[in-house]
Design a protein around this ligand. Structure first.
Ligand SMILES: [Mn+2]
Length: 324
């Protein structure tokens, strides 16, 4: 069954209440970074995760996905110290298994995560969205660690998966790879591999396992294809879509802006039909939303009020599609 979910940072806030009021019963959680109880445990240890899960449940949310990572830059770079980073991921997966948290959303972007060149681009009626323009990065300095090739990233990813997938299988926790955002390579000399439909198929074939799968982030996948519903069916047929980010953009990988859910370039109704047709069983969350009047843009893409519109839009689509 498809469940609408919200990303809820692990500390209760007004967004938790708003999500609940909008009828959301599933949480996508972070990791309890920066929380001290006895000062001993890492955020991926059993007790901090247990307490985080209890917190969501106390507010009537089931925890279906963890979408935060222990540090992984040495692993992505293949540098000394990577085995300790990978050990932390294994511990996380084992503890998620013990706690019955079924999906971990991760990514393979090294040095920097999702990237935008503007976090307050004008959108409808004075709302603001994020946008990206590769031309503005022409004179950007290299990252601290310098260039890295796509071949190296594939090699390091395979090394990672060969250690982590058996642990995930044992724990019965699914790995859901999020695309590189934007799906473009290289950026500032840094290769990016999770940026095409072919490369995602290569990921699935690299270490075949029922635990090796995808976060279908529509805002990125729609920049890789002009047939997103077809891509949903392609991966859905293989039972590889474990988690969905439901959002939209306007433009190309080199130059795009995020949009309101009803105003992008993707046929969102046809995407919802594709999830129904493949029997998608898991969580779907709005992902980035515009910042609207009266709300803060401090955490661009995650404004509280913008999420309400997105949840309503998605629920309308869901009811329309699943009723037929
Ligand atoms: Mn996403």
């Amino acid at each position: 069954m498809l469940h609408i979910a919200e990303f809820l940072a692990p500390t209760p806030s007004a967004v938790w209440t708003l999500a609940k009021q909008a009828g959301v019963n599933w949480a996508v959680g972070g990791l309890p970074f920066g929380e001290t109880f006895n000062g001993i445990d890492a955020p991926w240890d059993f007790l901090p995760l247990l307490r985080m899960k209890q917190r969501y449940e106390s507010h009537d949310f089931a925890l279906g996905v963890i979408e935060a990572r222990p540090p992984l830059n040495l692993a992505k770079r293949g540098l000394p110290g990577r085995d300790a980073e990978i050990d932390a991921v294994c511990t996380l997966l084992e503890n998620m298994g013990r706690l019955g948290i079924p999906v971990w959303c991760y990514e393979w972007m090294t040095d920097f995560n999702w990237l935008r060149t503007n976090t307050s681009a004008p959108s409808r009626g004075g709302s603001v969205v994020t946008s990206f323009d590769q031309a503005l990065l022409r004179d950007a300095p290299p990252t601290e660690l310098g260039p890295i090739s796509e071949d190296e990233l594939w090699e390091n990813l395979e090394y990672f998966l060969r250690r982590v997938i058996p642990v995930a299988e044992q724990a019965n926790v699914k790995l859901a790879m999020h695309p590189d955002d934007p799906p473009l390579s290289p950026i500032r000399g840094v290769g990016r591999i999770m940026r095409s439909v072919e490369n995602f198929q290569r990921l699935l074939d690299l270490v075949p396992s029922p635990m090796n799968g995808i976060t279908l982030c529509q805002g990125n996948f729609t920049l890789m294809t002009d047939d997103l519903p077809g891509v949903i069916r392609h991966f859905g047929r293989q039972n590889k879509i474990f988690f969905v980010h439901f959002r939209d953009v306007l433009g190309t990988p080199e130059r795009f802006e995020e949009t309101w859910h009803d105003a992008g370039m993707t046929d969102m109704f046809a995407c919802m039909q594709a999830y129904r047709d493949i029997g998608f069983d898991g969580l779907l969350r709005p992902d980035h939303v515009p910042t609207v009047e009266g709300d803060s843009n401090a955490n661009a893409g995650y404004s509280s009020f913008g999420r309400l519109y997105a949840i309503g839009y998605i629920r309308g689509l869901q009811q329309a599609v699943y009723a037929t």
